[in-house]
Design a binder for this molecule. Structure first.
Ligand code: PLP
Length: 366
């Protein structure tokens, strides 16, 4: 039984006074009434803090079992951790097969300030020496390849080498996997994806149990000005309230669709960690409570994949994932190191039978 779930829905009601709103109001203001000594109030100016962020940070803290700081996107949370934890001359080890935006950030923002960046494929983290590294960045399962690394093992070996570990936990969310419990120093999540869940905003958070890291990240947000809007924060709050039911449906759907795809003649290969013969299955079972909602499958060619995406009436042709609406995308179109016919399918909340009927119909167009 996951005790976070009741807390997630009721934590706010414990502090309410008669007549208070049950949902957090949107504090759409740049400044707060502030006579006299500015140190006497919690809120003064929205670049520093806003009560609607406080509400969503409290909610995310329940999932992370750690303090959380919200950002206007996943990349802003990632950048805050990397910029505050790395110094010129440091060495960063990161996945060669994770979200490409983080690699682009490393190349364009970190390398020019003399941070050495080394890339390692996610399945190879178990064989990599971390000597001389300041920070080991992991993303497991990786997007889009769905490979995994052993989080506790990476943490143990990185710590022994004097390095800290940070994880991008976007693909599973803290509901399904808790890297901080496995000793990771800081996590970043793109709440644009399953956390908010409706594909209607960008948002992100960083979380850590280390007070110094959190203080540095909070100061970074305040002075870099990487702050989310109060309206987005309220939408994320509402989205997170249904995270568990959405993920239950999405993960169950994904398991079903992955099995069906595996048996389909037009499909060359399928990656879904929930399939018992998937290379990620055994390890992921030990460190996550479900296998997620992303499937990677490969059709014969670029043309076949494009024909599938165009014909499918149950998936949206879009580049994001984690929404209630299923979406499909050919990842090689971004230059990623995957087969031309590789499709990343983000499975949504549609009824399973209708979802498969639609996918099967679209596969006939291939
Ligand atoms: N991390 C992963 C694994 C992602 O897939 C993405 C976006 O696709 C990000 C981080 C960046 O998040 P955002 O688009 O909210 O900045």
């Amino acid at each position: 039984m996951d005790e976070r779930l009741v807390q997630l829905l009721h934590h706010r009601s414990h502090g309410l006074n008669r007549g208070d709103p049950i949902s957090p109001p949107i504090h759409q203001t740049s400044a707060f009434y502030l006579p006299d000594d500015p140190k006497d109030g919690d809120y003064s100016y929205t670049r520093e803090a806003n009560p609607t962020w406080t509400a969503v940070e409290a909610q995310i803290s329940i999932l992370e079992a750690a303090p959380a700081i919200v950002f206007p996107s996943g990349m802003a949370a990632i950048a805050a951790i990397l910029y505050t934890q790395l110094r010129p001359g440091d060495r960063l080890i990161m996945p060669s097969d994770g979200y490409y935006g983080v690699r682009a950030f490393a190349e364009q923002a970190l390398r020019p300030i003399d941070i050495e960046v080394t890339y390692v494929p996610t399945p190879e983290f178990g064989n990599t020496h971390f000597d001389g590294a300041r920070l080991v960045w992991i993303e497991t399962p990786s997007n889009p390849g769905l490979d995994v690394c052993d989080i506790a093992d990476v943490v143990a070996r990185a710590k022994a080498a004097g390095a800290m570990v940070a994880a991008d936990n976007t693909t599973l969310t803290p509901l399904l996997q808790q890297p901080l419990d496995m000793g990771v120093d800081a996590v970043a999540v793109s709440d644009t994806k399953a956390m908010s869940g409706h594909g209607d905003l960008l948002f992100g958070h960083a979380a850590s149990r280390d007070k110094d890291i959190m203080a540095q990240v909070e100061t970074w947000r305040r002075y870099a000005g990487a702050i989310p809007g109060p309206a987005e924060a309220a939408l994320v709050y509402r989205g997170i309230e249904t995270l568990e039911v959405r993920l239950q449906r999405m993960c169950a759907n994904a398991m079903d669709i992955a099995h069906q795809l595996k048996n389909h003649i037009a499909v060359k290969s399928v990656r879904y960690p929930g399939l018992v013969d998937d290379p990620s299955h055994t390890l992921m079972k030990t460190q996550a409570t479900a296998f997620g909602f992303i499937i990677g499958f490969t059709l014969a060619s670029k043309a076949a994949a494009e024909a599938f995406i165009a014909a499918s009436e149950v998936t949206c042709s879009a580049t994001s994932f984690g929404s209630v609406h299923s979406s499909a995308e050919r990842r090689a179109r971004w230059g990623e190191d995957v087969a031309e016919g590789f499709i990343r399918l983000s499975v949504g909340c549609e009824p399973a039978g209708q979802l498969w009927d639609g996918i099967e119909a679209a596969l006939k167009a291939v």
